[in-house]
Design a protein around this ligand. Structure first.
Ligand SMILES: C[S@@+](CC[C@H](N)C(=O)[O-])C[C@H]1O[C@@H](n2cnc3c(N)ncnc32)[C@H](O)[C@@H]1O
Length: 388
């Protein structure tokens, strides 16, 4: 995708140009090249300009992508069902803590369903790194669940001593990553430089063996030019969540694979992609500030980081397995008795959320527990723990 072929609104063009200039300045201050993670950090999170920080529309049909909670209420209803026993556990006083709440659709859907099934938590905490998304979340909650909105509290850092369920949908894949490439039997980091016209890839240092996931040790299995991603920040992120949790569970939903599959020698181009207007492409250096950038999550790294941080990895499954076990078909089927149009909309959601060709298999769900005997359900129908 070439930026010059795309007609940008004046506000989009201005955001793009200002952010591009800031990144170029950083590159110049760093002797002509920066790590890809620094580029991605600025492209997504630079104050007021980065993709998640600027005011441009991202979520839903008018935006760039539709996440599971944006499709309708079935995703949130299944999660509510999954957590009901934990929230209903007398004396535990469990709350919910969501990271990276996007438009607020999951928070609104969860609170609404938890009220219906009579297990409302006292508090629903949100930690959101984007100020503009935080205000969108407030608007969503005020309009969809006005009577429950006062239970929602926005935090500016991880809480201490949290009791309950920590949840994040498509947040780990938005943490900045590094790009590495096989070159003459060695793994090299690819950084970002500027050639006077555009950002370009530039090999920088060799990757230390200590920083590689195990499958990549076998350099003879990978052809020259094989490109993939590492996400060193993920380990610290999981560590932070584990320290924050006193008792309860962490539930993470994301695009990704266990290590052996993510780093399969046939996946020669890795998974780094930009998303714009519901299309994915690999020219991630092009339209900074105007496109989402993501790469798949290494769920073996998630599990190993969790174990090192004192968590018990208690479940790993596909989104399909999790949603089926938590009643998505029954919910969709029961709408048929009430309203044909609703049933039709629900059938579309079921298809997108569970079909193996769409989000059903590539999106995984992992559950990690701490000091708790009761935890969210949905991990038995398709138990994939042994794949990690
Ligand atoms: C792809 S969006 C997903 C939004 C939402 N969870 C959904 O499913 O629609 C990623 C979200 O994570 C937020 N985010 C990214 N890094 C974060 C971090 N370290 N802590 C909290 N939120 C973060 C972004 O601002 C954005 O709201």
């Amino acid at each position: 995708m070439q930026s010059q072929k795309i007609r940008l609104s004046s506000s989009a063009a201005s955001i793009h140009e200002q952010l591009k200039a800031k990144i170029i300045r950083l590159i110049e201050q760093n002797s002509g090249v920066i790590a890809f993670s620094e580029f991605m950090q600025m492209a997504l999170y630079e104050s007021e300009l980065g993709y998640y920080q600027n005011q441009l529309c991202k979520f839903g049909q008018q935006g760039d992508f539709i996440t599971a909670p944006e499709m309708g209420d079935l995703f949130a209803r299944c999660i509510a069902n999954s957590m009901a026993d934990c929230l209903n556990n007398e004396g535990l006083n469990n709350d919910i803590f969501e990271l990276g709440a996007g438009s607020g659709a999951l928070a609104a859907g969860l609170l609404s369903e938890l009220e219906m099934i009579n297990v409302l938590p006292d508090k629903y905490y949100i930690l959101e790194s984007s100020a503009s998304l935080q205000s969108l979340q407030q608007q969503t909650l005020e309009s969809k669940v006005p009577e429950l909105a006062e239970r929602v509290i926005w935090l500016d850092r991880l809480p201490n001593n949290f009791h309950g369920i920590i949840i994040a949908n498509e947040v780990a894949d938005a943490l900045p990553c590094e790009v590495i490439q096989m070159n003459g039997g060695k793994w090299q980091y690819l950084g970002v430089a500027y050639n006077g016209e555009q950002f370009i890839w530039q090999p920088i240092t060799e990757v230390k063996k200590l920083d590689l996931p195990k499958p990549l040790y076998q350099t003879e299995c990978y052809t020259d030019g094989y490109t993939t991603e590492l996400r060193p920040l993920l380990t610290g992120w999981i560590n932070g969540l584990a320290s924050s949790l006193n008792t309860g569970s962490i539930l993470l939903f994301d695009y990704g694979y266990p290590q052996a599959e993510l780093y399969h020698p046939q996946r020669v181009e890795g998974s780094l992609r930009a998303f714009s207007r519901h299309q994915a492409h690999s020219q991630v250096l092009e339209l900074v500030g105007l496109e989402d950038i993501t790469s798949h999550v290494d769920f073996t790294q998630v599990a190993m980081s969790g174990v090192s941080a004192g968590l018990q990895v208690d479940g790993f499954t596909t989104q399909m397995g999790y949603l089926l076990e938590n009643g998505i078909l029954e919910m969709s089927g029961s709408a048929l008795e009430q309203n044909l149009e609703k049933h039709y909309l629900y059938s579309q959601q079921v298809q997108k959320l569970t079909s193996p060709g769409q989000m059903g298999e590539v999106v995984k769900v992992i559950k990690m527990n701490k000091n708790t005997a009761v935890s969210p359900k949905g991990f038995h129908l398709q138990d994939h723990l042994c794949r990690l």
